[in-house]
Design a protein around this ligand. Structure first.
Ligand code: SF4
Length: 380
């Protein structure tokens, strides 16, 4: 992972000269970016450890086992959120990080910087903190917070406008909550983004817990604009399999792209339990933690766990934990590099990392997903 400005420019020198790549991780994110990526680079193959995905063909590119890299060396761009695990696998094949392989965030972030452009791979926006599930271990701590409400549509539009003022392109804009299908302004926000930024965006995702079937007019918008619905299915713990099936049938009927993710476990971040890491270990912990970028109130975050902890009042706001992109000058390379460097986690760890086990890190503890806080439970 790129640690500082010198390493960034070294990385750029190497990677701008490569022209053909394997892409690792056959995911919705990969499918979203592939049409624009294949105009720029040659893609030799898609790699995935999941044998049920191997053999699939997407845009004439075959999904194959990563074992090919034991015999044939190649440059690899990793799409998976299990970057840490995949990095170890690739190193066991003799590949070197940042020389033979890197994450999509680093690759697209750096290559676009060649043209003084900012590219952010995936940005989440929480549209509501309201949710109809009451998960005991919710990462946003929704069931425990007094601040669970819908966010203002105009404030979200302002955030998007000022973000695109400095950022050239976003891979995926991911709208989530809480439960975004409870938010009354979803269709209006989607229309606004499509009308203004569809040429600067690969895809829009809506992440839902699968408990709500959207009404016909929202379904028509989702279908028209090919919005990708990511269904987090917790039916192993909550009896709503029938509703999930109904939702999937409805999305199929309307020809709406969707991804069904059965989720059995979550990471337990154990916020506020000191990890007692050295300064070097702390930075490494932060860099390895593969949490999504997000925007809120003119601020760009590399971690939504931290954003939610501030929003809920669990921790104090700390200006070192985000970049105020709304105050950056789009004509200034220094300002733009500030956002690029923060996105690539080239600085210090966030204030919360020393008390948070993170995701895809060495300190992760898994717990059962979506155990309901019965004292708050309501029928679906
Ligand atoms: S360790 Fe925790 S606070 Fe730090 S980036 Fe990861 S999830 Fe966020």
């Amino acid at each position: 992972m790129i640690k500082n400005k010198n390493e960034f420019y070294d990385f750029l020198e190497k990677w701008k000269s490569y022209d053909s790549f394997y892409l690792f991780g056959y995911s919705s994110r990969l499918k979203a970016i592939l049409p624009s990526l294949e105009k720029e680079i040659k893609i030799i193959g898609i790699l995935d450890n999941d044998v049920s995905k191997q053999g699939a063909v997407f845009r004439n590119i075959k999904v194959i086992s990563p074992d090919i890299l034991r015999k044939e060396k190649g440059k690899v761009i990793v799409f998976s959120y299990s970057y840490h695990e995949i990095s170890q696998q690739l190193q066991s094949f003799g590949l070197i990080e940042d020389v033979d392989f890197c994450g999509i965030i680093e690759y697209m972030g750096a290559i676009n910087a060649l043209y003084e452009r900012i590219y952010i791979d995936r940005v989440q926006i929480a549209v509501t903190m309201e949710c109809n599930l009451k998960c005991k271990d919710c990462v946003w701590q929704i069931s425990k917070c007094n601040n669970s409400s819908h966010f203002d549509l105009n404030a979200i539009k302002e955030d998007i406008i000022s973000f695109f003022n400095i950022v050239h392109r976003i891979g995926v804009l991911d709208l989530l909550g809480g439960e975004p299908f409870l938010w009354p302004y979803l269709r209006e926000l989607i229309r606004f983004v499509i009308e203004n930024y569809s040429n600067r965006l690969d895809d829009i995702f809506v992440t839902t817990n699968g408990t709500i079937i959207p009404d016909d007019s929202l379904l028509a918008i989702l279908s028209k604009h090919r919005i990708n619905i990511l269904i987090s299915d917790y039916s192993t713990k909550i009896p709503y399999q029938k509703r999930i099936s109904e939702l999937i049938d409805t999305l199929r009927k309307y020809d709406i792209p969707h991804t069904h993710n059965k989720i059995d476990d979550w990471a337990d971040f154990k916020l506020n339990e000191e990890l007692n890491l050295s300064p070097e270990e702390l930075i490494e912990h932060y860099r390895r933690c593969n949490f999504c970028r997000s925007i809120s109130n003119g601020k760009f975050y590399t971690c939504q766990v931290l954003w939610a902890a501030v929003h809920n009042g669990t921790i104090e706001d700390n200006p070192n934990d985000y970049v105020k992109y709304s105050e950056l000058d789009k004509e200034s390379w220094k300002d733009k590099f500030k956002l690029i460097a923060f996105n690539l986690k080239m600085g210090e760890a966030l204030s919360l990392c020393k008390k948070c086990r993170g995701i895809d890190s060495n300190y992760v503890i898994k717990i059962d997903a979506a155990i309901q806080d019965v004292s708050h439970n309501e029928p679906l």
